[in-house]
Write a protein that binds this ligand. Structure first.
Ligand SMILES: *[C@@H]1O[C@H](CO)[C@@H](O)[C@H](O)[C@H]1NC(C)=O
Ligand SMILES: *[C@@H]1O[C@H](CO)[C@@H](O)[C@H](O)[C@H]1NC(C)=O
Ligand SMILES: *[C@@H]1O[C@H](CO)[C@@H](O)[C@H](O)[C@H]1NC(C)=O
Ligand SMILES: *[C@@H]1O[C@H](CO)[C@@H](O)[C@H](O)[C@H]1NC(C)=O
Ligand SMILES: *[C@@H]1O[C@H](CO)[C@@H](O)[C@H](O)[C@H]1NC(C)=O
Ligand SMILES: *[C@@H]1O[C@H](CO)[C@@H](O)[C@H](O)[C@H]1NC(C)=O
Length: 408
């Protein structure tokens, strides 16, 4: 009776061994994707827990056969790990192993971690093995410009920066690298919003909003100024990932507006020389000659130079300089008439205008000058606000008397 029982059990276990195709292991349903520097779980588990004493779990790379992690004789064996995975690959807990969860935790993922792994589970009776694939290690790659970019003052330029990854970056910033290696923010994209950078770039920079979903974070810099020349850095972040690329904005050429300014300045000289020469040869009456000369010198070069100054200021965007220079230029008209040798020969209307405007011009110039100085000092910083106020107090204490002398 007992013998039959024994043999029955023996036959039963032999049948089970014969028909079992090893352990059924559960792995991931699809290849895994990890983030560079991130943490990744490589799943591997059995339905019914196995006794720990004769259990062996072995994670290996199928390509290099490197041992990733080993569980043997009831404990983890970190000493047998291959160097590439030392301190990076762990089982979850002893409790998870007891429950039949042999998943591996891989930290500080590197690009070399992509590949196929095997999770082998061995007991005295059964064995099982599955393959787990890490298909891709995501990382941000930024592409900038392949060569330095040339720009023209007053015109616009596009600085390339595109993000090549399936993950949309959380933050992309453009900054200018100053001579002391410090960065000045030019434009920022964060949480789907665009934020302006330093005040010197405000209103002159933008992203191509419709291009952002395609990963094109190129910067459009309008109204390029001479001081914009230099190195720009485009940086992107997404979770743990970050990347950067630089674009050099080089040697700024002369734009059509600059050429116009040059032409205006040159014609001022030509007008003054040629017209004066013509008058000298043509007009015999010395008084008439002097008067005409005066008109030419007042209206020719002065008007041309005045226009050139205004244009220059518009191109370069220096409001203070434009205001001062054009005001000073305006007063030259009056001064040139005021110092005329033949004032009494001038038409009545011009004489009256000169008389009236001389006084007011000075007031305007002084006020404009002080306003510009005040404004530039005020906008530098908090400490300079007091200095700016002192300027204003000093300025308001100046008086111009009827003879045109400035008195305090
Ligand atoms: C993983 O990265 C963290 C921080 O990034 C670092 O402190 C740690 O030493 C790294 N561990 C290994 C094993 O490289
Ligand atoms: C294995 O353990 C980890 C950590 O507790 C858990 O996230 C994972 O879902 C577990 N897997 C299974 C199949 O139970
Ligand atoms: C910027 O990107 C565009 C489109 O890819 C390309 O045609 C152009 O040459 C790039 N500019 C630079 C300076 O690399
Ligand atoms: C970001 O903006 C785009 C377009 O405005 C929108 O389609 C997208 O859903 C937004 N994403 C987030 C995370 O708000
Ligand atoms: C980004 O978009 C702008 C505007 O369409 C285009 O001029 C530029 O070449 C694009 N840059 C890249 C790198 O595709
Ligand atoms: C730019 O990226 C390189 C690595 O690609 C890194 O060494 C450098 O610190 C980064 N620069 C900045 C300003 O983030």
């Amino acid at each position: 009776m007992a013998a039959t029982k024994m043999s029955f059990r023996g036959i039963l276990s032999a049948v089970i061994l014969l028909f079992s195709e090893g352990l059924i292991l559960q792995g991931p349903s699809s290849p895994l994707v990890a983030q560079l520097g991130g943490v990744l779980r490589l799943p591997c588990s059995v339905e019914t827990p196995l006794p720990l004493d004769d259990l062996e779990v072995e994670w290996r790379r199928t390509d290099s056969k490197a041992l990733v992690h080993l569980f043997q004789e009831g404990e983890s064996r970190p000493e047998s790990q291959s160097d590439a995975y030392r301190d990076r690959a762990h089982f979850f807990t002893e409790r998870e192993i007891a429950k039949g969860n042999y998943s591996l935790l891989l930290r500080n993922v590197t690009t070399d971690d992509a590949g196929t792994y095997s999770c082998g589970v061995y007991t005295n009776e059964e064995t099982g093995e599955i393959a787990v694939e890490i298909e891709a290690i995501e990382h941000l790659v930024l592409t900038g410009a392949d060569h330095a970019v040339t720009a023209y003052v007053g015109e616009e330029v596009i600085l390339n920066c595109s993000v090549d990854s399936h993950i949309p970056p959380e933050e992309v910033s453009w900054a200018k690298v100053d001579s002391d290696e410090s960065h000045m923010l030019v434009l920022l994209f964060q949480d789907n919003e665009t934020y302006p950078g330093d005040s010197s770039y405000q209103g002159r920079t933008e992203f191509f909003t419709s291009e952002i979903p395609k990963g094109n974070f190129s910067l459009r810099l309008k109204d390029v100024r001479t001081e914009d020349k230099g190195e720009y850095i485009c940086k992107a972040h997404s979770g743990l990932l970050s990347a950067n690329t630089t674009v050099i904005l080089q040697e700024l050429g002369l734009s059509s507006m600059h050429i116009l300014v040059l032409v205006l300045c040159c014609s001022a000289i030509i007008v003054a020389l040629v017209v004066s020469a013509m008058i000298l040869l043509d007009v015999k009456d010395i008084t008439q000659r002097a008067l005409r000369m005066h008109y030419v010198l007042v209206f020719g070069p002065s008007v041309l130079m005045f226009t050139a100054f205004v244009l220059w200021g518009v191109i370069e965007g220096f409001l203070g300089e434009v205001v001062i220079c054009s005001t000073l230029n305006l007063i030259r008209f009056i001064l040139l008439f005021k110092t005329s040798l033949y004032q009494e020969k001038l038409p009545e209307i011009i004489k009256t205008i000169i008389e009236k405007s001389f006084y007011y011009e000075y007031i305007i110039v002084v006020n404009v000058l002080f306003f510009v100085i005040f404004y530039s000092v005020w906008s530098v910083g908090r400490e300079s606000k007091a200095m700016a106020l002192m300027f204003i107090m000093y300025g308001s204490s100046l008086h111009i008397d009827r003879e045109g002398y400035i008195r305090v």
